[in-house]
Design a protein around this ligand. Structure first.
Ligand SMILES: *Cc1c(COP(=O)(O)O)cnc(C)c1O
Length: 340
């Protein structure tokens, strides 16, 4: 049996006769939210169900496959967390050394733990993500046998196109709107290319950022991005130009939402059974903002891309949602019934 997105799309992508490095990524559910009269139809693309819990796996399978085929020995990345977890897993699977460079103290513990468990070498550097990426770029410039697996690697973006194909297949055409969180802007670039390649329509692409890290919204880089949504705490989007084109060509927009709106959206999604990390709740916060402005028509179809699993960042969720249990010494059925 063949698993993963290279088995499905590798021929179309002309990857050649390569042995896929796969963990069974892709094919994630598109879950409908309850449809209320007078509101658009909304689906959630649950990317946290990929093997390491984020959409990064779609690109990583292709990038690591091609790195190994090219005889590389090391995969290296800078990361706000999920890229390092994914690079570590696929590196392990490929028998390559994974070297991950992360901003010190800025990574959700679950993601650090993943990189550690998958056997990566972990380097923490002072400063923000952008500083880590600069070091990684310098490293690959001097070590030809090391492969950079950040989203500036074109195979990452290519692999991530697969999510757009899946949306088109599931809805039998493109939706009217697609909202997703934007950090380095690689993923919005990938959806744009993916919808284009499918040729069944292009949704308005809405890139949602956190207010404290809204480099695309503001149209300039930020030295000190700050947000509770650590996965999108990025000041200098690496794919800025592509993302700008994607937004303009599709008739979409960039949008900033506050950290408190993100945390509320995270809780609201969880109450529908979908627990995502803070960055992944940004599209739902953005959807609520635009819906309140009357942007969507009732006949329209909207897809929210939720990019990473909620269990990756329990500390943030717990800080805002302390466990509210009741403690009993002598418990009895009547007290249990009284809770309902
Ligand atoms: C990487 C990541 C993003 C941002 O994707 P970009 O391609 O950098 O814009 C959003 N959410 C999560 C959970 C991520 O891991």
């Amino acid at each position: 049996m063949q698993i993963g997105i290279i088995a499905r799309y590798g021929t179309e992508w002309n990857l050649g006769d390569v042995e896929p490095v796969t963990l069974g990524e892709g094919n994630t559910p598109l879950v409908p939210l309850p449809h209320l009269p007078g509101e658009p139809e909304v689906w959630v693309k649950v990317e946290g169900q990929n093997p390491t819990g984020s959409f990064k796996d779609r690109g990583m399978t292709v990038a690591v496959t091609m790195a190994r085929a090219a005889g590389k020995r090391v995969v290296i990345c800078a990361s706000t967390g999920n890229t390092s977890a994914s690079a570590a897993a696929y590196g392990a699977r490929a028998g390559l050394t994974a070297l991950v460079v992360v901003p010190e103290g800025q990574i959700a513990p679950g993601k650090m733990l993943q990189a550690q468990m998958y056997g990566a070498r972990i380097v923490e550097v002072e400063g923000r993500f952008d500083r880590a990426l600069a070091l990684v770029r310098e490293a690959v410039a001097t070590h030809p046998e090391w492969e950079l697996v950040n989203s500036i690697n074109p195979y990452r973006i290519l692999g991530q196109e697969s999510a757009a194909y899946e949306v088109v297949d599931a809805l039998e055409g493109a939706p009217d709107w697609l909202l997703l969180p934007v950090g380095n802007a690689g993923n919005i670039t990938a959806y744009f290319r993916g919808f284009r390649r499918r040729g069944r329509g292009l949704p308005r692409l809405v890139g949602v950022q956190a207010e404290g890290a809204a480099a695309m919204v503001l149209g300039r880089d930020l030295e000190h991005p700050q947000t509770v949504a650590s996965a999108i705490q990025i000041g200098k989007p690496a794919s800025r130009a592509y993302a700008q084109e994607a937004m303009e060509t599709s008739g979409g927009r960039f949008l900033a939402v506050s950290d408190s709106a993100i945390l509320e959206a995270q809780q609201a999604l969880a109450r529908q059974g979908i627990f995502v990390e803070p960055a992944s709740a940004a599209p739902y916060a953005g959807y609520r903002l635009l819906a309140a402005q009357g942007v969507f028509r009732p006949s329209e179809r909207v897809v929210l891309v939720v990019t990473g699993n909620g269990l990756k960042d329990p500390a943030t969720a717990l800080a805002h949602n302390p466990i509210r249990s009741v403690r009993w010494d002598g418990a009895d059925l009547a007290r249990l019934e009284a809770l309902i």
